[in-house]
Design a protein around this ligand. Structure first.
Ligand SMILES: [Zn+2]
Length: 296
């Protein structure tokens, strides 16, 4: 390809500017009291509810798909207690989502919603089966075309591969340690089409979710228990994760993009021993990535 030279993108690797940004981001997060996800989501849910009445044209809610967000076995495989995002149309009037149980069904109230998505916690009694939504006035949606698999929490993986799809590790320039005009590449690039899903490789807490001119939209996660941190860069848009939120292995982080200084769609992935850009050291992620299981 003609642009192959240009496609050897440069990233922020070790730039002092990023450190300043990172510290600023941390300070802001601390000032905001590191909001927990549940609190923030309930605030959003209230706002969503008030929007629901404004636009008129009430349509019958329609479910098109779902993704498990937290405490998941895989993006389409939940556990009792998982957070589930259902996507579709006319969902801003949905009051509850109905799951199958051993003896029948159980409905559970939404946690967050807008026209295109509803988030709910999978009830403790839920078993594998198709799901549907019900509005406040009792209108039912279609049933999901696929059943939601509900598995025991013991099957939640401890580690998964960060990209939900086929990737290429590229040539030497994409590797950890490749020269980048005065500094060296601190991560591994994983080439994948823009829009491909990204998930957390481990159980972790969200440290940063912001924009940088070189990194683009990026997220930094801190693993709980091993003093490792990992960064996902050039996301297609801002991640929906909230700083301070805890995520499980396989939880949705965002989607592959090429924001910031990136030429071609890919994930720039960094794996740090210790604190990211604050005293820790980056290690070559590739041998580790090769050991990880795909999340579906
Ligand atoms: Zn890179």
């Amino acid at each position: 390809m003609v642009n192959s030279e240009i496609r050897k993108h440069r990233t922020l690797d070790g730039r002092p500017g990023l450190l300043v940004l990172a510290i600023a981001g941390l300070a802001m997060a601390l000032a905001a009291g590191l909001p927990l996800s549940g609190v923030a989501e309930r605030t959003t849910a209230t706002a969503g509810a008030s929007v629901g009445g404004g636009l008129g044209v009430p349509g019958k809610p329609q479910i098109k798909g779902f993704t498990c967000l937290e405490r998941c076995v895989a993006p389409l495989k939940a556990t009792p207690g998982s957070k589930l995002r259902i996507t579709g149309v006319y969902l801003n009037r949905v009051l509850k989502v109905v799951f199958r149980t051993e003896g029948g069904t159980v409905g559970t109230r939404f946690v967050d919603r807008d026209a295109a998505s509803v988030e709910v916690d999978v009830p403790e009694k839920a078993v594998t089966g198709k799901i549907y939504a019900v509005t406040g006035t009792g209108t039912r949606s279609n049933k999901s075309s696929e059943p939601l698999e509900v598995l025991p929490a013991s099957q939640i993986p401890r580690e998964v591969f960060p990209v939900r799809g086929r990737v290429s590790y590229g040539s030497g320039g994409a590797r950890f340690g490749a020269p980048r005009g005065g500094y060296s590449h601190q991560g591994q690039d994983l080439m994948a089409p823009c829009g491909t899903g990204l998930v957390s490789i481990r159980r972790a807490r969200v440290l940063f979710n912001t924009y940088h001119s070189a990194a683009g939209w990026y997220v930094v996660l801190r693993n709980l228990g091993t003093n490792t941190e990992f960064a996902y860069m050039h996301l297609i848009e801002k991640s929906r994760l909230k700083v301070g939120q805890k995520v499980g292995a396989g939880s949705v982080v965002g989607r592959v993009g090429q924001t910031g200084r990136a030429y071609g769609c890919h994930l720039h992935f960094e794996f740090w021993q210790g604190r990211w850009q604050m005293g820790g050291r980056p290690i070559d992620p590739l041998p580790y990535l090769r050991t990880l299981k795909r999340s579906r």
